[in-house]
Design a protein around this ligand. Structure first.
Ligand code: KIV
Length: 259
């Protein structure tokens, strides 16, 4: 088993697993110092490309961004989201996941869904492609983004899906906006780590979209905490640059060349 995956597994019930998203090298190399897992999420569709849904993200886009991220990730586990309609059956999933692994040199792929995708997950794992699951809100196939686990049947289904995914061999599962008690039960029931986003402190680790955490995006989701005001920082740097160019204070001789 991949050493980095072993490390993630060994953290269960010991220390929290730190995960964030990266879409390019410069951010990835900062995250790598602090994270256990760096995710090239298909959230890049809305964050970078202004798409209404992650359904529009293509395999090529995921591969391109992952190739940018790869040199920035040295010590963390690098996981790449398989985008919508790239894993509709085992054959398609295997072909596309192999391509992602080969072109990006990532460590694992992430797939959204439960019971329906179990044969696909099993086939990838059988072919030595490590898989991370994703339950709760499934942005690739759902329109309504309200938290999961309100009703008994839904709670049972999500717990069962987590158990099925675990049995299929996933090394970890993202729980997106899963109700607090349910995320606690899942985290206590399955042996692989749960990574929460909007799913309470009881998860074994946490993930956020980095652009939200650093205050670069405009998103104001309940589950996001903004740790910095990066937009403001960029704004003031650009304002200063503009002013210095207008006043001919930049570039100076030291920024120019002479024979
Ligand atoms: O696409 C993504 O960034 C994700 C995380 C929010 C977990 O799936």
């Amino acid at each position: 088993m991949n050493k980095k995956i072993k490390k993630i597994l060994s953290k269960k019930n010991k220390s929290k697993i730190i995960c964030l998203t990266a879409y390019s090298k410069n951010i990835a190399s900062i995250l790598d110092k602090h994270c256990d897992l760096v995710l090239v999420g298909d959230s890049l569709g809305s964050v970078l490309y202004n798409y209404k849904s992650t359904k529009d993200v293509t395999l090529e886009t995921m591969i391109d961004h992952s190739r940018s991220v790869r040199p920035g990730v040295k010590k963390s586990l690098m996981v790449v989201d398989m985008p919508y309609n790239t894993y509709r059956n085992s054959k398609e999933a295997l072909k596309n996941a192999k391509l992602v692994m080969k072109k990006t040199k990532c460590d694992a792929v992430k797939l959204e869904g439960g019971k329906k995708i179990i044969p696909i997950v099993k086939s990838l794992i059988k072919n030595k492609i490590p898989v991370m699951g994703h339950l709760g809100i499934l942005p690739q196939t759902e329109k309504k983004f309200s938290f999961k686990g309100k009703k008994f049947a839904e709670r049972n289904r999500i717990l069962k899906d987590a158990q099925l995914l675990e049995k299929a061999g996933i090394f970890s599962v993202v729980l997106e906006c899963v109700e607090t008690k349910l995320s606690k039960i899942i985290s206590e029931t399955i042996k692989v780590p749960t990574i929460g986003i909007g799913s309470s402190v009881y998860c074994d680790g946490q993930v956020l979209v980095t652009d939200d955490l650093i205050g670069l995006s405009e998103n104001k989701f309940r589950f996001v905490k903004k740790y910095a005001s990066t937009s403001k920082l960029i704004n003031s740097a650009v304002k200063k640059y503009k002013s210095e160019v207008i006043k001919r204070q930049f570039p100076r001789a030291k920024h120019s060349f002479k024979n």
